[in-house]
Design a protein around this ligand. Structure first.
Ligand code: ATP
Ligand code: MG
Length: 379
């Protein structure tokens, strides 16, 4: 019997010209990391082949669903080209299929038949074996796919959709400001899906970072870790900011806090070599995300700030959050710092006033103290 493997296809990579080899090997290594050492993963002529240990095909199917950069994948038989026309009718079972078609692709141009001829000959071989079954070119109940490679062919008929996107790591490293609300987990996911290695930075309102352990922040980070197995979670205390700014006008609390987070995040970015920051802002969703506030928040940093959700409606964000399994975790109650500062943010902040407020305190010291207490939470 022919060997069974998963064949993995990727999409956008194919467009990437001379980077293609790099993208492919990155995707292969991400798949290896996700599946663990029991699996064999190798590149094969523009595809990736995964060999699951015997009996663990379903586990592989579940895990491949969560690897960013995979367009689709299928459990396939690997057949010697010499035996193609003999073996396909043995492998494919059409007992319960009223109709079928064969689609063939040939990457080995030395194979003596072209795709059309391969399709026709395989169709005939199948009809001979299953005389009652009809060939039907549009909407058949089963499509047998054959990819003729050098020496071997892949044969499959059930394709699973992958997440798509670019392999994590192909677009740089980002630090995502992560509140644990509905939006920032989705923004983080979208950054991953665009190829960013993504770590999370969470500002917490506990006396001690170890108290974040066991909260929804940890659960959310785990969930996102399914798509980005190298994910790290950094925790920063919010209390130094709070102590200094508590008595300032309430309408400026949130913008001051957001600017403070940007400052701290930028320092970490420089120290640890991240390429950009990510936030879950969506234009005009709340007062702190109107254009004027976003501008003022951006002015606190020189870093590139990516806002994947900037044009998303809340409904669209929620839908995405449900799809990636973060929604139910995000809506759990949590001791959130924003709920302490965000009562009535100004829609029309004055830059001069905000800068003047920041100058009243020893800002660098607050940032340094906060940075000194940044810690990593193991997940
Ligand atoms: P979210 O659902 O992501 O919390 P939100 O709609 O509640 O978003 P804000 O509270 O204004 O909006 O936060 C906007 C963005 O600021 C967040 O998406 C996140 O990137 C960042 N942010 C807010 N609070 C924190 C925090 N405690 N730690 C880290 N980042 C935060
Ligand atoms: Mg929030």
């Amino acid at each position: 019997m022919a060997e069974q493997v998963y064949v993995v296809h990727y999409a956008e990579l194919a467009l990437k010209g001379k980077n293609r080899g790099y993208f492919e090997s990155l995707l292969a290594s991400n798949i290896r990391q996700k599946l663990g050492p029991d699996y064999k993963v190798e590149r094969l002529q523009g595809r990736i082949i995964v060999r699951p240990p015997r009996g663990r095909e379903d586990e592989a199917k579940e895990r491949l669903r969560e690897v960013i950069g995979i367009k689709n994948y299928a459990l396939a038989y690997l057949v010697d080209n010499d035996a193609l026309f003999k073996e396909v009718p043995e492998i494919v079972n059409l007992d319960s299929a009223p109709s079928f078609r064969v689609t063939a692709r040939r990457t080995d141009k030395r194979f003596p038949m072209n795709s059309m001829e391969i399709q026709a000959k395989l169709g005939e071989a199948l009809i001979e074996r299953y005389p009652k079954v009809k060939v039907q070119l549009s909407n058949p109940s089963l499509t047998v796919s054959v990819e003729v490679l050098e020496g071997k062919s892949l044969v499959y008929w059930l394709k699973h959709e992958g997440i798509g996107g670019l392999p994590v790591g192909s677009s740089g490293r980002v630090l995502s400001l992560f509140s644990g609300g509905i939006d920032s987990p989705v923004a983080s996911f979208l950054a991953m899906k665009r190829g960013c290695r993504t770590d999370l930075l969470h500002f917490h309102a506990f006396p001690n970072g170890s108290q974040v352990k066991g909260t929804k922040i940890e659960d959310l980070a785990r969930q996102l870790g399914r798509f980005e197995p190298s994910i790290r979670v950094l925790l920063a205390p919010y209390h130094y900011f709070y102590v200094y700014f508590l008595n300032y006008p309430e309408r400026y609390h949130l913008v001051l806090f957001r600017r403070f987070m940007m400052r701290v995040a930028s320092k970490i970015l420089m120290r640890e070599g991240y390429d950009a920051l990510v936030t879950g802002d969506s234009l005009s969703q709340v007062a702190s995300q109107v254009m004027k506030n976003l501008k003022l928040i951006d002015k606190a940093t020189d870093s590139l700030v990516l806002r994947p959700l900037i044009t998303y409606d809340k409904d669209e964000i929620i839908e995405k959050a449900k799809e990636i399994g973060t929604y139910e975790l995000s809506i759990k109650p949590y001791r959130d710092c924003c709920s302490m500062v965000s009562l009535h943010p100004s829609l029309n902040p004055s830059e001069e006033e905000v800068l003047a407020l920041e100058q009243k305190v020893n800002y660098e010291e607050i940032i340094d103290r906060t940075l000194n207490e940044v810690e990593e939470m193991k997940i």
